[in-house]
Design a protein around this ligand. Structure first.
Ligand SMILES: Cc1cc2nc3c(=O)[nH]c(=O)nc-3n(C[C@H](O)[C@H](O)[C@H](O)COP(=O)(O)O)c2cc1C
Length: 205
């Protein structure tokens, strides 16, 4: 087990307390905290309080980790440094990811753009890309209205699996909270059963 002790929770739904994904990230977080007392919780609700959007110039500076004197770039890089530091000290990552137009919410993408940093959370080697985050497990709660989670039109799960693997997350677990358009209570109950099983299997590890 790593020495990192942060449990980082990212919510990104625009639906406030009606959100299935937020309800389930809350449940999941409580389960993990009950299991490991030394965990320290850090929460970012980017649905309620988004990080500032980055300009094209700021984005390339952050992504390439290159030095700049531009004050606006320095402000964005300082925020990125802070978020990267969190990621490097994270044991468990919990993400609430509603499906918006088949993909992830823009505010969640902004967080990802801040944490994907060359030579900090990933690097390129002779053998290809190498992730540097060292995060043990990520739990991604994918909520949708009608599109089935895991289907060919679910670009939320496939994208988050890819990008989290890229920064070196060892295991990515998808919690299926799809189909809320039909039966929100049923979706939550089924997803909670998945969470219980996932957290239970961690305890056996
Ligand atoms: C802007 C927007 C776009 C959406 N796009 C999709 C979509 O492409 N496919 C889908 O199945 N549901 C879509 N939905 C429905 C949400 O995924 C669904 O309400 C889900 O429960 C949202 O997560 P939440 O409950 O955590 O807020 C969309 C909802 C909104 C508000």
């Amino acid at each position: 087990m790593s020495n990192s002790n942060l449990l980082v929770r990212i919510d990104s739904s625009a639906r406030g307390t009606a959100s299935n994904s937020r309800h389930l990230t809350d449940y999941l977080t409580q389960q993990l905290l009950a299991r490991e007392e030394e965990l320290q919780l850090v929460s970012h609700d980017v649905g309620e309080n988004p990080f500032p959007q980055v300009t094209a110039e700021q984005l390339t500076a952050i992504h390439g980790s290159f030095d700049s004197e531009d004050p606006d770039i320095l402000i964005q890089q300082a925020l990125s440094d802070e978020l990267v530091e969190e990621v490097l000290n994270t044991r468990y990552l919990v993400i609430g990811a509603p499906m918006y137009n088949f993909g992830i919410p823009a505010n969640l993408k902004t967080w990802i753009d801040h944490i994907c940093r060359a030579r900090k959370t990933f690097r390129y080697t002779e053998n290809g890309p190498e992730g540097l985050s060292g995060i043990e497990e990520a739990f991604v709660v994918v909520a949708s209205g009608g599109a089935p989670v895991g289907s060919a039109v679910d670009f939320v799960s496939s994208y988050l699996r890819q990008v989290l693997g890229f920064i070196g997350v060892r295991k990515v677990h998808i919690v299926d909270a799809g189909g809320s358009g039909a039966d929100a209570d049923g979706v939550r109950a089924k997803a909670k059963a998945q969470i219980d099983e996932l957290v239970g299997s961690l305890a056996e590890a």
